[in-house]
Design a protein around this ligand. Structure first.
Ligand SMILES: [Mg+2]
Length: 270
């Protein structure tokens, strides 16, 4: 699909730009704001995107990033204090200028079993280049950048059923296997949690690039369907690794992180 023209983009965003104080601007970070890099800890949000988010925060009812990262790590790489962060796919919520993320109560008791299983697995697999990321209630095992990515992926495919046998849940993302509490966690919960108690927000946009972002698309659709929102705008960031549904289900499709920055700029400049 071709990138939208400036006029087409402005038209698609009108539900938000017409009433910014009633609008929430929500987005994923990695692959949406920050280019995907070999090592997740080296990812950076370009300064222009951070500046634009800060400008949006002064104008819109709510601006928030929803990430698989821990909420504090999300804020670290975005670098904007005045917006909200939902971390670990919604398991954690950090309000604007907040100091401590709130962890969903149902998840707290699983933090230790998840950490133990993942660190034992990592001890066995780090020799083939698998990396461990601690995301609070979730642990992520990355194989991006392993000397032989296929070997690392196959090893993690063998690990996944062992996690399930241990009573934990697994989730696959872009070159990452996550070990999670066996409790539903999704970016849909993050969207719902962020809008809870913010009843003046009647319109929302969400932008994302990966499978977990489809849950946020679902949440917007559901809130529009039951009348909680008047409008929900789904922005799909197209990439070679992302799922086809991100493009198929989006109202607006953009190419990569630079395409998404154009969306943010259009929201800021309108
Ligand atoms: Mg992403």
């Amino acid at each position: 699909m071709a990138a939208p023209t400036a006029e087409g983009l402005a038209e698609s965003l009108r539900a938000l730009t017409d009433a910014p104080e009633q609008a929430a601007i929500l987005c994923d970070i990695d692959g949406t704001l920050a280019p995907i890099v070999e090592r997740a800890d080296a990812a950076r949000v370009p300064p222009a995107a951070s500046r634009t988010l800060a400008a949006l925060a002064r104008r819109y009812g709510l601006v928030a990033c929803i990430s698989g990262r821990s909420a504090l790590d999300a804020r670290r790489i975005v670098g904007v204090g005045a917006i909200a962060y939902a971390g670990a796919h919604g398991a954690e919520l950090l309000q604007p200028s907040g100091t401590e993320p709130m962890v969903a109560h149902a998840l707290e008791s699983y933090a230790e079993p998840v950490r133990e299983f993942a660190s034992a697995a990592w001890q066995r697999l780090r020799g083939i280049g698998v990396r461990l990321e601690d995301k609070g209630p979730i642990a992520a095992l990355h194989w991006r950048g392993a000397p032989d990515e296929d070997i690392a992926r196959v090893a993690l495919e063998e690990l996944a059923p062992q996690a399930e046998d241990a009573g934990l849940a697994v989730h696959w993302g872009r070159k990452v296997l996550e070990i999670r509490p066996p409790v539903p966690i999704s970016k849909a919960d993050a969207v719902t949690g962020l809008l809870e108690g913010r009843l003046t927000i009647r319109r929302a946009l969400f932008g994302g690039d990966d499978a977990t972002d489809l849950d946020a698309f679902d949440a917007l659709d559901a809130m529009v369907e039951r009348g909680r929102l008047e409008a929900g705008v789904k922005v799909g960031v197209a990439s070679t690794e992302g799922p086809a549904d991100i493009v198929r289900r989006a109202d607006v499709v953009v190419e990569g992180t630079s395409g998404f920055l154009e969306v943010l700029s259009a929201l800021a400049g309108a």
